[in-house]
Ligand binder design. Structure first.
Ligand code: ADP
Length: 312
């Protein structure tokens, strides 16, 4: 795979606030990069610079060999953007909206008509093409916005938090559309503050906080950063005493341990450590009433990197 987009040391300030503070990353052809960070991390500001809407104070962006600068229409044509704020004309039908977006990109006649039908099919809105977005659910509007961004067949599609304000069923419909685009080899940038969304879609994850890149890795590499890969919660008949807690902390695979009343929260190096630990607890005379295991998530990676949860 070759490098499609190259982002190099971007800086953007608003007044004396550095919204983006030296962000660098790359997108390879056909790759999906997840830009992940809490609200206010600098994702939208980065995206605005990527699509030429905002001029960086410092740094450069290249799409292939072309520099992305404000107003450069040749390079803008190669990028499609699904903005966070919906950009649709409420009193035009879905088809008329797409006609307008296609015309803005210079499409005409049969080619324009063909593209409209094609993208309506891609986002599964063909049967509602004559209706106005005012009558659409949040998820359908979002799908129409994706269709609009695909009209000019961009090499790179950038989606800024596309599931905000969308119900779970529509969210899945959006994922299906994006997975189909991935299968066709389209490169995507997907911003979100939901780890599970980025984990599902992205080949590569760039974690941003306070305008800086904290990690730029594959999901598997991010998992390897965690000292604990699994969590075990055990509810005992009685609270564990200090001696038992110390002995448990020394058991194979246990990386961290916390007690809250009779409930133990045990962090384990890997999921396979859970059963031996349960066996040890029984042998030590504890009576587990209930237990549950869970794989740690990339949410924990963020917590590890920043000391905060994503939703703080
Ligand atoms: P995210 O998309 O990750 O939620 P943003 O890029 O929207 O983050 O914002 C990053 C920071 O820049 C925030 O502190 C935000 O308040 C600030 N910011 C964004 N746009 C503007 C603007 N036009 N004027 C002033 N401050 C802004």
């Amino acid at each position: 795979m070759s490098v499609l987009l190259s982002v190099n040391k971007l800086v953007k300030s608003f007044g004396n606030r550095r919204a983006v503070d030296g962000v660098s990353f790359k997108v390879l052809t056909g790759q999906t990069v997840g830009l992940l960070g809490p609200n206010g991390a600098g994702k939208s500001t980065t995206v605005s610079m990527l699509c030429g809407l905002l001029r960086p104070d410092e740094g450069e962006i290249f799409l292939g060999a072309q520099a992305v600068t404000t107003g450069a229409s040749a390079v803008k044509r190669r990028i499609g953007v699904v903005p966070q704020d919906l950009a649709l004309y409420e009193d035009l039908s879905a088809r008329e909206n797409l006609h307008l977006f296609g015309s803005l990109y210079g499409l005409k006649g049969k080619i324009l008509a063909g593209r409209i039908e094609h993208v309506l099919t891609q986002v599964n809105l063909l049967d509602r093409a004559g209706d106005k977005p005012a009558t659409f659910s949040g998820g359908m509007k979002r799908r129409l916005n994706i269709a609009a961004a695909l009209m000019h067949e961009p090499e790179l599609l950038i989606l800024d938090e596309p599931t905000v304000g969308v119900d779970p069923q529509s969210r899945n419909a959006i994922f299906d559309i994006l997975e189909a685009l991935q299968a066709q080899g389209r490169a995507l940038i997907y911003t979100s503050h939901y780890m599970e969304e980025v984990e599902r879609l992205a080949d590569h994850i760039v974690i941003i906080d306070h305008g800086k890149v904290l990690a730029d890795e594959s999901p598997a590499a991010l998992y390897r950063r965690l000292s604990a890969q699994a969590a075990l919660r055990v509810e005992l008949a009685e609270p564990a005493n200090g001696a038992l807690m110390r002995a448990l902390a020394g058991q194979h695979g246990v990386t961290a341990l916390e007690a809250s009343g009779p409930t133990l929260e045990i962090r384990l190096r890997e999921p396979g450590d859970a059963m031996p630990v349960m066996g040890w607890l029984e042998q030590a005379g504890c009576r587990p009433l209930h237990f549950a295991t869970a794989r740690t998530s990339l949410e924990d990676v963020f917590l590890n990197l920043t000391g905060r949860t994503l939703r703080d």
